[in-house]
Design a protein around this ligand. Structure first.
Ligand code: ADP
Length: 379
């Protein structure tokens, strides 16, 4: 290897420079290399020798491209168009990730931090070079795990979908024949038989509800259309018309402020409002359910929706838990349900990039809050 002339001439000054910085360099945990304005390596520490597999003598005076890839090194040093300071200024700051080259030709990922060093020979560059092989490996392992997890999650979702979909048909058969038994043989067998048939009918219809809810839940991920400009008042009208029977039966009064257009999957928005309003009607005291919807503009070009009811309310300790799958606070005897409704709501809001939460005082109603993206892009 031919030593560059500049490096040789600067020999004695370098010795002084080295004297001053040696202990500092050796104390550094990273490989440290000092490069002069011409791109020659003038100083390095033992960590650099070890990392790149060169004895010190073989590196001093070498171009820095011996260690880091061509192209990049050139950008580090001054050229006809830029001073060393300008060249350096463009690279200083966060670590730059590159590939390092060992003497034996082996390559490894490095992170480079550069800083300027004024000296009698002009502006030098100190490069701190960290071997990031371990970090890279950990990142790669993590990415692999995340991909595996996503795949198994997707498989699980598909399984839930297929299972609930395929269970519907045989279950329909069980349900309709037990109902037929009930109709045709009620009072014609003994009292026990009537009870048994009633249990079977009840079990089958609960299972149907469960399967239907599971199917709804897995569909939120499976066939969600892309988000479109959607009128939330339109979605509310549809949800209310789907809930007509429950509203009429309970005498519920549902009111709302003007509601905005949002970016949403309309079917899912209807489902979300329907689940929340149906809960607001269901979890009632001995009163007429009063439900009020509002929306207000919040930061991040989003709308915050609120659905407030005057029902039984929820204790604070359950505020998070009720959004989980199969989480119910009451027995079937008190209020019918599968414990999937709010899990569906959460999945829908998640899919829309929002958050859903509840605030409540037991006995004083509950308010469910969620946010959706605004349909227009201004502000
Ligand atoms: P389900 O209604 O089928 O039980 P959800 O997932 O919709 O399942 O709700 C979970 C639980 O959260 C309910 O069992 C109920 O205890 C509670 N909950 C939901 N909405 C309300 C509400 N508006 N007021 C009081 N409690 C509620």
């Amino acid at each position: 290897m031919k030593r560059s002339k500049t490096a040789a001439e600067a020999g004695s000054r370098l010795a002084r420079l080295e004297g001053g910085y040696r202990s500092l360099l050796e104390a550094a945990p990273d490989a440290m290399v000092v490069v002069n304005p011409a791109g020659d390596i003038v100083l390095l520490n033992v960590q650099a020798e070890r990392q790149f597999g060169y004895p010190r003598d073989e590196l001093v005076g070498q171009k820095v491209v011996a260690l880091i890839p061509e192209g990049f090194a050139e950008r580090l040093i001054a050229d006809d168009l830029r001073s060393a300071a300008e060249a350096l200024a463009q690279q200083i700051g966060a670590g730059i990730e590159l590939v390092g080259r060992r003497k034996d030709g082996g390559e490894f990922p490095i992170e480079l931090m550069l800083s300027p060093l004024e000296s009698a020979d002009g502006m030098m560059v100190i490069a701190a070079i960290r071997d990031i092989s371990v970090r890279r490996q950990a990142e790669a392992d993590l990415a692999l795990k995340v991909a595996e997890l996503a795949r198994s999650n997707e498989e699980l979702g598909r399984f839930a979908y297929v299972a609930s979909h395929d269970l519907q048909e045989p279950l329909r058969m069980v349900a309709s024949y037990t109902q037929l038994l009930a109709r045709r043989y009620k009072g014609r067998l003994d009292a026990d038989a009537d009870d048994f048939i009633a249990f079977a009918v009840d079990g089958a219809s609960r299972m149907q509800q469960l399967i239907q809810d599971l199917l709804l839940y897995s569909r939120v991920g499976a066939d969600g259309a892309s988000l479109r400009v959607t009128s939330s008042e339109g979605a509310l009208d549809e949800a209310l018309s789907n809930l007509r029977a429950a509203i009429d039966e309970s005498g519920a009064v549902v009111t709302h402020d003007p509601l905005p257009t949002v970016l949403a999957d309309e079917t899912q928005l209807v489902q979300l409002l329907q689940n929340l309003i149906s809960n607001a009607i269901k979890y009632q005291k001995e009163e007429v359910p009063r439900i009020h919807l509002t929306a207000s503009r919040i930061a991040g070009r989003r709308w915050a929706f609120s659905i407030a009811d005057n029902g039984i309310g929820i204790e604070q300790q359950y505020f998070e838990r009720i959004f989980g799958m199969f989480q119910r606070l009451h027995g079937r005897g008190a209020y019918a349900g599968t414990g999937i409704g709010l899990a569906i709501c959460k999945k829908i809001v998640d899919r829309h990039g929002g958050r859903i939460s509840v605030v409540s005082q037991p006995g004083h109603g509950a308010t469910f809050n969620f946010d959706l993206a605004a349909s227009e892009t201004s502000s």
